[in-house]
Design a protein around this ligand. Structure first.
Ligand code: PLP
Length: 388
């Protein structure tokens, strides 16, 4: 009954795990949930209030498919001041989260068999979306600390390559691609005439001196071949509002907006008003969120470093530790999925197995959880390892 395309689809492993955790919680099992891919904080008050005001003032109708003009203009200005780019409001499309915009982008760009270069570990959504668009994800496995290099990329370029996908800071590793490496990737894109899709959703969350750079600011000459994707979910704790944006060459922006117009029409008018306030309210909310994550990262880093046998690179950005459990795998517990299932069963601590990120032998621990939950989680992991 189902199409071949849909039969290929792997459901999101993180959402599936989340559903299992919620079911256990409903059954009264207290879970320490370190699997979350979203900030646990509430949306900052002024942003939420703008949403309420939009409802109360009757701003509750369809908008233009690509978004309200004032938000598209504000996003263009925001990007231009950050990256010294020259985006016009017409090059911006506001959509139902960056996830949906990524989907629309691959639909708009991929012909059957077109190859998209994706480094692993990776967010599995990319692989599924590329396949649904008829493209072929070509995975490039990286070793810790998981920095995508032009050298690794070049080895995988073929006559069928169409797109280079970049995600920096990355989910699940937190790795940030340094500017000099981005410059080399940009040079390859130009040499081989490739498009670039850059997912910068974790851009505001970084913990070392080296601020994440966008490839379009490192080399502005790739603007005409790059789709930049970002959103409000992670930096402003707005995951449930479902709003993200894309900045692209005019033809691509128009194609994505037209396709969106045939699917969801626009994203919520209410979320658009809230996003406008998020952008105009300055960086206070973002700084607060980042400070909280910085403190938690330090705590988890200290705790993990004291547990023998676990190895990891401290994340430069995002809010995840990607930890190797290879030392603990054996005939009785052969995979990270088994390891994580046992941890959940014995200690009621939830983390996501690396298989969900095309990287067996690891787990992803999210520090988007309160300090007391993180403390319980680290104690649970320590006890679990002591019991092995
Ligand atoms: N990109 C990456 C790398 C993510 O990890 C996520 C969410 O987990 C998204 C995009 C989706 O964000 P949004 O809420 O804007 O759809």
């Amino acid at each position: 009954m189902l199409s071949q395309k849909i039969q290929q689809l792997q459901p999101s492993p993180t959402l599936a795990l989340d559903a299992r955790i919620k079911a256990m919680q409903r059954a009264g099992v207290p879970i320490v949930n370190l699997s979350l891919g979203e900030p646990d904080m509430a949306t900052p008050d002024p942003i939420a209030a703008a949403g309420v005001l939009a409802i109360q003032s009757g701003f509750t109708h369809y908008t233009a498919a690509a978004g309200i003009p004032e938000l598209r203009a504000a996003i263009a200005a925001h990007l231009n001041s950050k990256h010294t780019t020259t985006y016009l409001p017409e090059q911006i499309v506001v959509g139902v989260g960056s996830k949906a915009l990524l989907y629309l982008t691959f639909q708009a760009l991929c012909n059957p068999g077109d190859e998209v270069l994706v480094s692993t570990p990776t967010w599995s959504t990319y692989l599924e979306q590329i396949k649904q668009a008829g493209g072929v994800p070509v995975t490039i496995p990286l070793a810790s600390p998981f920095i995508f290099t032009a050298e690794a990329l070049q080895k995988n370029i073929s006559p069928k390559t169409k797109i280079i996908l970049i995600n920096s800071p990355a989910n699940p590793t937190g790795a940030i691609i340094p500017a000099d490496e981005l410059a080399k990737i940009a040079a390859l894109a130009k040499e081989y005439n490739l498009l670039i899709v850059t997912d910068e959703i974790y851009e505001e969350l970084y913990y070392t001196e080296s601020k994440p750079r966008s490839i379009v600011s490192v080399d502005p000459t790739v603007l005409d071949r790059t789709v930049l994707i970002n959103g409000f979910s992670k930096a402003y704790a707005m995951t449930g509002w479902r709003i993200g944006y894309l900045a692209a060459p005019l033809a691509i922006a128009k194609a994505v907006a037209d396709l969106q117009g045939q699917i969801t029409s626009n994203t919520s008018s209410i979320a658009q008003k809230a996003a406008l306030t998020a952008l105009s309210s300055g960086n206070t909310a973002v700084h607060q969120l980042k400070n909280t994550f910085t403190e938690r990262r330090t705590f988890v880093h200290n705790a993990l470093s004291k547990i023998p046998g676990l190895t990891y690179a401290a994340p430069a950005g995002a809010f995840y530790f990607f930890v190797s459990v290879q030392k603990f795998l054996n005939a009785k517990m052969p995979t990270a999925t088994d390891w994580c299932a046992k941890l959940l069963e014995k200690e009621k601590v939830a983390v996501v197995p690396g298989e969900a990120f095309a990287a067996p032998g690891y787990f992803r621990l999210s520090f988007a959880a309160s300090m007391s939950e993180l403390q319980k989680g680290m104690e649970g992991i320590q006890r679990f390892i002591d019991s092995l």
